[in-house]
Write a protein that binds this ligand. Structure first.
Ligand SMILES: [Zn+2]
Length: 308
């Protein structure tokens, strides 16, 4: 419906002509120069006719007679400036809304913070923010695990000083030993990592599905590295998991201690799942970090961030 404004011959009393500054700014000018063609004019701007300003469709037949040039009054520069500002604002709002609709339609859900989280979505731009949001909502965390097809069993709270655990669950998955007690946010992050990082990496790099992920434990009542005076480890809250290796359907076993540093597909796989873990967990520590992690990947859902 957009028409280009052609410079019309205006009657002498038509007042000030408004030059179009942008797509929407032309409406105010249209009002003026096409005032005798009611129907298509829906100008939001009021610059053109101080007599008929407002938002919406301008008067059209048959309820009222077409406007005449004589009804158009000159407008002051102040009103023109205000109208320019108004149309610019309206243009920005409409453009923003159109952009939002377009993004909502074409962008994948994992990149859009307002779309619901799912374990079936690959890791995207909004995954971290969704995980953080769910972490503070125990019901949403359990719902996300169950919607992902996992069995979730709530665990009792444990009061034991700095080793107290809250919001813990046992969730199904490929971990061995099976279903260790973990905080729900940790279980959710682990499930996402298993499904969207480890499984695809094993398929693509090693041509095999993963059947088991060996771990060294989640809960341990200790400080960091067990040193006295250190702050409590995330293991003390069951908010961490140590991964030792992966078993494939063909029987192959890939371990952190043997394969992580090797220049083999298995080694690249191990380093790849460590890198992928950094997009899911707050802290990820591997043999690259220090000797204490030579045989496992430490993954935790604490508030610190480190990828090493
Ligand atoms: Zn650990």
């Amino acid at each position: 419906m957009r028409r280009r404004l052609s410079r019309p011959t205006l009657p002498a009393n038509a007042g000030i002509q408004i030059e179009p500054k942008s797509v929407f700014a032309t409406h105010s000018a249209r009002c003026r120069v096409n005032i005798n063609r009611p129907g298509w004019i829906w100008a939001p701007a009021f610059a053109g006719e101080v007599g008929y300003w407002g938002v919406g469709r301008l008067p059209s037949e048959p309820t009222r007679p077409p406007l005449r040039w004589t009804e158009v009054k000159p407008v002051s520069p102040e009103i023109l400036a205000l109208a320019g500002l108004w149309t610019l604002l309206l243009e920005a709002v409409i453009a923003g809304m159109l952009l939002l609709i377009l993004v909502d339609r074409i962008a994948p859900p994992q990149d859009l913070p307002w779309k619901p989280f799912s374990l079936d979505q690959p890791i995207g731009l909004a995954t971290a923010s969704k995980l953080s949001r769910i972490a503070s909502d125990p019901a949403a965390c359990r719902a996300a695990l169950r919607e992902g097809g996992l069995t979730v069993v709530d665990q009792p709270e444990k009061d034991d000083g700095f080793c107290s655990t809250r919001d813990t669950v046992r969730a199904s998955g490929k971990l061995s030993p099976a279903a260790p007690v973990m905080t729900c946010p940790m279980a959710l992050r682990y499930a996402l990592w298993e499904r969207q990082v480890v499984a695809p990496a094993a398929r693509e790099r090693l041509g095999q599905p993963v059947v088991r992920i060996d771990h060294l434990g989640t809960y341990a009542c200790r400080t960091i590295y067990g040193r006295p005076g250190e702050r409590p480890s995330e293991h003390a809250r069951a908010n961490a998991l140590d991964i030792a290796g992966v078993r494939l359907a063909d029987g192959r076993r890939i371990t952190v201690v043997r394969d992580f540093r090797r220049d083999t597909e298995e080694g690249r796989f191990m380093r790849g799942v460590r890198d992928g873990a950094c997009r899911v967990f707050g802290v990820v520590l591997s043999p690259d970090y220090n000797a204490a992690h030579a045989d496992h990947l430490h993954l935790d859902a604490g508030r610190w961030t480190r990828c090493g």
